[in-house]
Design a protein around this ligand. Structure first.
Ligand code: ADP
Ligand code: MG
Length: 233
């Protein structure tokens, strides 16, 4: 299977804080990876490094076997690592058409992706009228406009009500079923169990487990992690 991203012995220090410790991960095409850990375990920092918005301290990572130039990243990697941000007084459709213009994507993709995230009926509503869940879904549609190889999501269900959480999880599963590789950072055990095939469990920057989701709960020490941190919302 083709390797999308290969991370080897990544480290990040913020002064005295060792936030990411020797993290290694091999991301293969078509799988859904969870990056699971309590708040402060180094998930966002790891994503920031591989997306080139945080400088690494040491270690390495390779995209598609090499270095990823910006124009290539725009095409191949879709990422939502911040709160969704669009023009508030433009409609959902207008916002996505603008993204198409920037990325050089045909406008026909706008309808396809709005349908995928269940926002086609709301295409003429202004972004400012959207709930957080709808904003998040629009961000997913936007990230998928040019059919990237991989979609990276950092805690996409944070702050959503149960219905919003279910909608996002269903959409992620649908995207995965279409063959898009996914990397999902989450502090919610059940989210990773429901959505992911593979998982890397982080605690205080350290990898506690890496492998199939099925094998996670039999790992020694997992129970403590679960009761300490992961079930706390
Ligand atoms: P997570 O996403 O798992 O909640 P983060 O990667 O955001 O964890 O943070 C990991 C650790 O690094 C935390 O202790 C956090 O406070 C710290 N940290 C993150 N960003 C910075 C920064 N820019 N400067 C200093 N410390 C940071
Ligand atoms: Mg985070």
């Amino acid at each position: 299977m083709e390797t999308i991203l290969s991370i080897s012995n990544l480290n990040k220090r913020f002064g005295p804080l060792h936030a990411v410790k020797n993290v290694s991960l091999e991301i293969k095409k078509g799988n859904v990876y969870g990056l699971l850990g309590p708040n402060g375990s180094g998930k966002s920092t790891t994503l920031g490094i591989i997306l080139n918005v945080v400088n690494k301290t040491s270690g390495d990572y390779a995209w598609f076997g090499g270095k990823l130039e910006t124009h290539e990243a725009l095409k191949k990697v879709g990422a939502i690592i911040e709160r969704p941000n669009f023009y508030p007084y433009m409609t959902a459709e207008e916002n996505l058409r603008l993204v198409c213009k920037i990325k050089g994507t045909p406008y026909s993709k706008v309808t396809e992706k709005l349908e995928l995230v269940g926002l086609y009926d709301r295409r003429n509503s202004k972004f400012r009228t959207f709930s957080l869940g709808m904003k998040q879904r629009l961000a997913i549609a936007s990230a998928l406009l040019n059919d990237p190889e991989i979609l990276i999501l950092d805690e996409p269900t944070n702050g959503l009500d149960p219905q919003g959480i279910h909608q996002i999880r269903d959409i992620i599963k649908q995207i995965a079923a279409q063959g898009t590789t996914i990397l999902l950072a989450s502090h919610l055990l059940d989210e990773v169990e429901k959505v992911c095939s593979h998982v890397m469990v982080l605690r205080k920057g350290e990898v506690l487990y890496s492998g199939a989701v099925d094998g996670m709960s039999s790992k020694q020490g997992f129970f403590e992690l679960q009761s300490d941190d992961l079930q706390r919302l």
